[in-house]
Design a protein around this ligand. Structure first.
Ligand code: ADP
Length: 221
């Protein structure tokens, strides 16, 4: 669990386009923050810079007191729930969830207990041995979230693509993510261009336009 701080965070693409422009923000440890703004305003670019999928052009990102700029993406204690999450169809649910932990060479009993407790948390214990192709879309979505939380991230990044699906599944996914935040204490950064949804979550909203934060609710209100 950790706070997230942006200081003069800026992204300029090689063609000169400034996608994120001098963004300053403090997100408290354990907060759930919604980034909202029109398509193209730079929301996903911010998530991609935190996750290390994009280089930071200038400025700093801190995770707690740690400067993230200098930490290799794979060593960042973050999880990303993006639409293009790669679940492996030929593998079962358990192996999909365990994959990241096996890559880190964690001992087998540790992997086993983390996968089982995440599965229980998400209500998918009964499908651990099922192949991905045999389960429903909403179960797959839970497997993707399970894979994220077994790594015990300090921060969960959720891009709107992850939620681009029918209303029922979107609602279920949001409920899971709200629980991940409230029960596991993981800080959540959630991106959406859907205003109704942003407001309905009842969390702090950061409004963006043209790469800048144009307004945000005061966390101390
Ligand atoms: P949002 O998530 O708010 O919809 P993005 O962060 O994905 O917006 O993109 C912000 C802006 O950066 C958009 O105008 C997009 O076209 C631009 N952009 C994204 N990637 C590149 C790139 N590789 N080169 C130039 N511009 C880019």
């Amino acid at each position: 669990m950790a706070s997230v701080t942006f200081e003069h965070l800026t992204k300029t693409y090689p063609n000169g386009f400034v996608s994120v422009n001098d963004v300053n923000l403090f997100i408290e440890d354990g907060e759930f923050v919604v980034f909202h703004g029109p398509s193209g305003c730079g929301k996903s670019t911010i998530l991609r810079m935190i996750g290390g999928l994009e280089d930071i052009t200038s400025g700093e990102i801190y995770l707690g007191k740690e400067l993230l700029n200098d930490i290799l993406p794979r060593d960042r204690r973050l999880a990303m729930a993006f639409q293009n999450y790669t679940l492996y169809k030929h593998m079962n649910v358990y192996d999909n969830m365990a994959l990241g932990l096996r890559l880190r060479d964690l001992p087998r009993p540790v992997i086993d207990s983390r996968v089982k407790s995440a599965a229980q948390f998400l209500g998918i214990s009964d499908i651990l041995t099922s192949k991905l192709r045999a389960i429903s879309d909403s179960q797959r979505q839970r497997v993707a979230l399970g894979r994220a939380i077994v790594c015990q991230p300090k921060v969960l990044l959720v891009d709107e693509d992850f939620a681009r699906q029918d209303d029922d599944r979107r609602r279920e996914m949001l409920e899971d993510i709200l629980r991940i935040n409230s029960e596991l204490g993981i800080t959540v950064l959630y991106v959406t261009n859907d205003y109704e949804e942003a407001v309905s979550l009842g969390k702090r909203i950061v409004y963006m336009k043209d790469g800048r934060i144009v307004d945000f609710d005061d966390i101390y209100n």
